[in-house]
Design a protein around this ligand. Structure first.
Ligand SMILES: [Fe+2]
Ligand SMILES: [Fe+2]
Length: 195
């Protein structure tokens, strides 16, 4: 059997599918992305993967997902009184830590060796921690405290922002660097141990 992928003839790397949801319950949409994060981290740890493509896909999904949560999901959950200010701010701090850990992976010239492995291990730790905490402390209150119709409307805002970010190539290293610098200026990367 031969591959039917169109990219094979050009020699371009196969683009990694980040999904293109158009609607849904915002909780389900966020969880679907969390599954994608875990799959991409596993691919990044696999030395037989196209690690350069995987790290850029992971950066794109992380920036798009985090921006959509910060611009739409967290503010709406706060206005619905499902979560408090602390949970939203803590989520933003953890997104900033994720961007920093991603930047450390993106800036390495080699995608093999001890330095790469250590950076990927740290990224796995930071993202894994955030996914678990967000599911426990933000998505559970969203399920319990936000009516289904509002979760569907929030889903539309989430996917629109997510796709606009992806279309703007939000995972490029310059953008991630800017986000990390902005987060540092705003005091989101103080590493006060309150995680
Ligand atoms: Fe999330
Ligand atoms: Fe998040």
């Amino acid at each position: 059997m031969t591959s039917t992928s169109g990219a094979a003839t050009t020699g371009d790397p196969q683009p990694i599918d980040l999904g293109r949801p158009v609607a849904g319950d915002v909780v389900a949409l966020i969880l679907a992305d969390h599954v994608r994060f875990e799959a991409l981290l596993r691919q990044l740890r696999d030395s037989s993967s196209d690690r350069d493509a995987v790290r850029h896909a992971l950066a794109t999904l992380h920036v798009a997902h985090a921006e959509a949560e910060e611009r739409h999901v967290y503010p709406t959950l706060r206005s619905e009184h499902a979560i408090g200010a602390h949970a939203a701010e803590h989520g933003e701090e953890e997104h900033a830590e994720g961007h920093q850990a991603l930047l450390d992976v993106l800036e390495l010239t080699e995608v093999t060796g001890e330095e790469f492995d250590e950076a990927v291990e740290e990224l796995s730790r930071v993202l894994g921690h955030h996914l678990a905490e967000e599911e426990l402390t933000i998505l559970n209150p969203a399920r319990a405290g936000v009516p289904e119709q509002a979760r569907l409307e929030l889903g539309l805002a989430f996917v629109a922002e997510r796709q606009a970010q992806i279309d703007a190539d939000c995972g490029r290293v310059e953008r991630v660097r800017d986000l990390v610098a902005r987060a540092a200026r705003n005091g989101l990367l103080t590493d006060d141990g309150d995680s």
